[in-house]
Design a protein around this ligand. Structure first.
Ligand SMILES: *[C@@H]1O[C@H](CO)[C@@H](O)[C@H](O)[C@H]1NC(C)=O
Ligand SMILES: *[C@@H]1O[C@H](CO)[C@@H](O)[C@H](O)[C@H]1NC(C)=O
Ligand SMILES: *[C@@H]1O[C@H](CO)[C@@H](O)[C@H](O)[C@H]1NC(C)=O
Ligand SMILES: *[C@@H]1O[C@H](CO)[C@@H](O)[C@H](O)[C@H]1NC(C)=O
Ligand SMILES: *[C@@H]1O[C@H](CO)[C@@H](O)[C@H](O)[C@H]1NC(C)=O
Ligand SMILES: [Cu+2]
Length: 247
């Protein structure tokens, strides 16, 4: 039987920032990792999302924390695998439900995948260049992706490339908040890592030119990491990272 030992985080959870609280993939609705309650249950709930310390950002882009969250400064170095994974077909839509996102945190939403070479519930990518971008939204039609998310009841969807070879993948989904990004460090990265088994008969995989590492892909000189969101011309904003791989 599960019992709540303590809800120490209940106050902090009302603060700003955010994370993915629910995922729908392959017709199944999964809870996200809930940093303000999960750690206080016994047993700790099993999730498809790699655990992270809270709703705060990663700002030092050379820390492993930029991969799947973490708080190295306070001794929580990166993250660990989750016990479960979702299952969904290549070509299907994955729905990500964020906690209430603050209006002030303007910026892009970017989604990567990385293929696990073996059991995803044990795999840590480290600094290997294994991540490829499958979706991105920056500033378009007069709106930042973060604002479009708020206007869309915190729901963001992306499609798993139809031709993608089956296997186990980490979905690395992030919002980069730019409200303090006029200098480096400043950009706030909010990554979430979701484990998924992709099914289907696809055979495609990205060539090495699409693959990046986290940390590594973003630095203080990567286009789109330093940007003055108040004075800059948002129409000229470059979303950081490699080109999108569409399969
Ligand atoms: C980020 O972390 C690296 C490695 O620990 C450190 O050398 C660097 O000074 C940090 N950068 C900032 C801006 O804090
Ligand atoms: C998003 O998740 C929350 C928490 O589970 C839930 O209350 C809400 O209904 C979800 N939103 C949608 C649109 O499904
Ligand atoms: C662009 O923004 C306008 C005004 O907010 C809206 O009516 C229109 O549907 C948007 N178009 C797209 C393609 O999102
Ligand atoms: C907005 O939410 C709707 C309904 O949940 C969804 O179908 C749509 O794909 C979402 N838009 C984006 C850009 O993710
Ligand atoms: C912003 O950039 C766009 C695209 O380059 C350009 O068309 C527009 O004139 C610029 N706006 C301002 C205010 O400079
Ligand atoms: Cu914040």
């Amino acid at each position: 039987m599960r019992s709540v030992i303590a809800l120490l985080g209940a106050v902090a959870s009302t603060a700003a920032h955010g994370y993915v609280q629910q995922i729908t993939a392959g017709g199944t609705v999964w809870s996200g990792y809930l940093p303000y309650t999960d750690p206080y249950y016994n047993p700790v709930p099993q999730r498809i999302v790699r655990p992270f310390p809270g709703n705060g950002p990663v700002t030092n882009l050379s820390f492993i924390d930029v991969q799947c969250n973490g708080d190295t400064v306070n001794g929580i170095i990166g993250t660990t695998p989750a016990a479960l994974y979702a299952t969904a077909a290549a070509g299907s839509v994955v729905t990500l439900n964020w906690t209430t996102w603050p209006d002030s945190h303007l910026g892009p939403i970017i989604t990567y995948l990385a293929k696990a070479p073996s059991d995803i519930t044990k795999w840590l990518p480290g600094t290997a260049a294994v991540w490829f971008k499958v979706a991105q939204s920056g500033y378009s039609n007069g709106t930042w992706a973060s604002t479009a998310l708020i206007n869309n009841k915190s729901i963001y969807q992306f499609t798993i490339p139809k031709t993608l070879a089956p296997g186990q993948y980490i979905i690395r989904h992030e919002i980069i908040a730019l409200h303090a990004a006029y200098t480096y460090p400043g950009a706030q990265v909010y990554p979430d890592c979701i484990q998924i088994q992709v099914t289907g008969s696809g055979t495609a995989s990205p060539s090495s030119s699409y693959l990046v590492s986290f940390p590594g892909a973003y630095t203080g000189t990567t286009p789109g990491i330093v940007f003055d969101v108040y004075q800059g011309n948002a129409s000229t904003y470059t979303i950081p990272g490699p080109a999108v791989w569409t399969g």
